[in-house]
Design a protein around this ligand. Sequence first.
Ligand SMILES: [Ca+2]
Length: 203
Amino acid sequence: MGAPAPGYDINIQAMEVIMATQKLYPDPQNVCQNLISNGDFESGEYYPWKPRSGGSFLIKEEDGNKYLRHAGRTSVYPGLEQTITGGCLEQDLLYEFSMKVRVDTSAGGSLVLKLAITSPSGSVKYRDFLRASKQYGTDGWVTLTKTFSVTEEMATATDVKLITMVGEGSTANTVDYDDIKILFKRGVGQELLVDNPDIGPGG
Ligand SMILES: [Ca+2]
């Protein structure tokens, strides 16, 4: 473009920079590669996890590995929560959740994970995310996994929180957590699958 003719100015009234959508460049540098922050607790901190419905958090260590202990639980509801929205939840993206858990009672009880999804209107819906039945808790850690695709409700939400509870027959005083992750698996159009069945303990 040459210089404007004498007597004319050029004004740029609006300029918009459009970045490629996040699903196009999942890589280890991408914050959307793992929707969970501080899921292994090796930092020695529990931020940004929050205790929910009572109890308190401790960072414990065994054999050089740190993990989170939720102590002082007195009902089925106390658990942890973390917001996973972060601008990453685009509809139909496929993610894989996994978590190690250890419950202090042989009585068992089911472990329940939910998503608390806040819509733009401000209403909060609690959606079942994963349930694992009574097979855990007798001999140490159990790993739970689930592959899921992002729903429209999640993609348009203003906030999505992952929530845990230990319920239905167990009021375990302490529950330990470690290696909590929600890892990117596939983008839209990359051999999209329906949800896998939940994989519980022993599965
Ligand atoms: Ca750890």
